[in-house]
Design a protein around this ligand. Sequence first.
Ligand code: ZN
Length: 285
Amino acid sequence: MEKRVIITAALSGTATTKEMAPAVPLTAEEIAEDAVAVVKAGASVIHIHVRDERGLPTMDTGRFEETYHAVQSALKREGLDAVLNLTTSGASGGTAPLELRLGHLRRLKPEMCSFDAGTMNWDCSLVFENTPAFLTELCQCVSEEGVKPEIEIFDGGMMGNVEYYVKNGLLKSPCHYQFVLGVLGGLEGTVKNLLFLKERLPEGATWSVTGIGKAHVPMMLAGLALGCDGLRVGLEDNLYLSRGVKATNAQLVARAAGLCLLAGREPATAAQAREILSLPAREMV
Ligand code: ZN
């Protein structure tokens, strides 16, 4: 059988509001409820950001703790399993203090976290800050806490940064890459760009792709055609199911699962995702 596809659900991100997407989950309870729905629809990894009481992005460790535990118990109640991936991207453009961007990893030791492999001008609106000092600390933190980093690549030069950390023993190989294409300031979501990144992958690496906005479906199709290990979908990256039709996270995951089946590949379970990602096996989250 063709290898399974890891579907990652990026539930809310930092920028999506209820006005933009009525179904976006913001509170711990909403996120937990959505986690159950996306796992039932075929997701095996859940990428989590948290918001404060006003619905604004925050890196507060307590908020992460509350949400993380809510998701774990909701999944457990339903007899479901998923790999939880917590963001380290900062509240808005990486502006949170360095310790706050790592506090939840130290406290919760999740199976995975995001690792944004460089700094860029984000959508001509802010600087997405991932300084060498921060990335060095993040490398140290994931290695001490046993967290698998998901290397998020927005632009070509970031591949070289990752090679540097691997070569210098700061990041452990094989790495798992998430190509996030279609953010203005980074690489556009085109087949040519995806192929360029895929060809730069080191031996043994695993990779997933997400296209932002209108690149969402084309990048899934291109990823499957190029033999990706994973697809990322969700209201962090895309608001619509089709032109003018607002999506829910579960609908976006179900569509991705359908595309995998069309390509002759089944969505991975959490246990299969752990195997693909070289994560230690575990019974339940
Ligand atoms: Zn994210």
